[in-house]
Design a protein around this ligand. Structure first.
Ligand SMILES: Cc1ncc(COP(=O)(O)O)c(C=O)c1O
Length: 385
């Protein structure tokens, strides 16, 4: 078995033929045959109101004007309605959940604070937190006992008087684990009792079978991060939002960089996406859940491979390969040659990246079937080497 340290070095290896990571992304982006299972994007929207409203906006040349800096009021209201957070909250529309994450860290954290995150997790959160806090405590959660998530118990064991923020990615990228109502309430109480903030990143919320908002139980202590990249299928448009108590949002507004507002065409698309959600949500969820089953069958056919979290409450999960002896980076490269983009574990874990491949499955069923075939073939070929 390759050690995590050695793996970290190996994982930095770029796929053959690429000099920089940007070159690599440019290649996968521009190859029309590439199957996208590498960035949890959603390719299941058909031609619909989201697309038409953006085309209309371009035809009207809306893009000549700056939009209102905090977002169109109608869009702000619709996002709050979507979450059922109508009274006592404020919202800022941002260039993706990513900008919201950064603003939250920048505003809330001081150099004496520490932040609790988890590993595996969404590593840019650790990166942003480490720019403003003294340090980040990334708690290992890759085990059955804690349900592959950061539990209230683990947070209690790891927090101290300098802990200022706890990051909950829910459902969790990359594992697809999600919180129960009881756990969410416990986190809310913990935040109130200890005067902490909870960063509730709900980027994958609409894929979950059941989902609860910390903001409902601890509105003054929660920053909720919202994204249009996943369920709405708008990753390239770079639009999201942050929601919190009005005084928290007021404070965040003072450190905004993008003070001339968020892309107007993206906001028009987001408006249409929220208005038309009941028309497409069920189909996208059903397809995504059906796709999980196809992948599970393929994984079950590979001796030693398994899914730590199944079913996933996100549009992704991880396939543990450690007992197969095949390195995730090698199967990722094999799949790339078959025009399937998936990601080895190092992108979402410093400690467990040597164990798994992460795949997302909000793509058409026939593409998932192609993955299933090549995954089985690839594992056979690599195992015999
Ligand atoms: C947990 C999590 N938060 C935020 C983001 C970024 O979202 P956006 O595209 O809205 O910036 C991602 C993207 O993969 C993510 O996995």
């Amino acid at each position: 078995m390759i050690s995590p340290k050695k793996y970290a070095r190996a994982a930095k290896r770029l796929p053959e033929g690429f000099k920089t990571i940007n070159e690599f992304f440019n290649y996968v982006y521009n190859d029309d045959e590439m199957i996208w299972m590498g960035q949890n994007t959603n390719h299941l929207h058909e031609e619909n109101d989201i697309m038409y409203s953006m085309l209309e906006s371009v035809k009207n040349k809306d893009y000549c004007k700056y939009p209102p800096p905090e977002g169109f009021p109608e869009l702000k209201d619709l996002i709050l309605q979507d979450l059922g957070l109508t009274e006592g909250y404020d919202i800022l529309v941002t260039a993706g959940g990513t900008e919201s994450l950064y603003l939250c860290m920048n505003d809330i954290l001081d150099p004496t604070n520490n932040v609790i995150t988890c590993d595996p997790g969404y590593l840019i959160i650790d990166n942003f937190a480490s720019r403003f806090a003294d340090h980040v405590k990334s708690i290992p959660i890759y085990n059955k006992e804690c349900g592959y998530k950061l539990t209230p118990e683990l947070v209690r064991e790891n927090m101290d008087e300098n802990t200022k923020l706890i990051s909950l990615v829910d459902p969790l990228n990359p594992l697809g684990s999600c919180y129960t109502k009881g756990e969410i309430k416990e986190f809310a109480d913990m935040a109130i009792d200890n005067d902490l903030y909870l960063l509730h990143d709900i980027t994958y919320r609409d894929f979950a079978r059941d989902h609860h908002l910390v903001a409902k139980y601890a509105p003054e202590n929660t920053v909720t991060v919202y994204s249009f990249s996943k369920i709405y299928g708008m990753a390239g448009l770079r639009i999201g939002a942050l929601i919190s108590a009005p005084d928290v949002v007021d404070s965040i507004k003072t450190i905004v960089i993008n003070d001339l507002g968020t892309n107007v065409v993206a906001q028009k698309g987001a408006l249409a996406a929220l208005k038309s959600k009941p028309e497409w949500l069920g189909r996208i969820r059903d397809t995504t859940r059906g796709n999980q089953k196809i992948i599970k069958e393929a994984v079950d056919n590979v001796e030693g491979a398994y899914l730590p979290v199944y079913p996933s409450d996100g549009n992704m999960f991880v396939i543990d390969l450690v007992e197969t002896g095949v390195e995730p980076v090698n199967i990722a490269e094999y799949l790339l040659k078959k025009k399937i983009f998936a990601r080895e574990g190092a992108y979402t874990s410093k400690l467990f990246g040597h164990r798994y491949l992460r795949v997302s499955f909000s793509i058409p069923q026939e593409q998932v079937e192609k993955f299933a075939f090549h995954f089985e073939e690839g594992m056979k070929a690599l195992r015999s080497k």
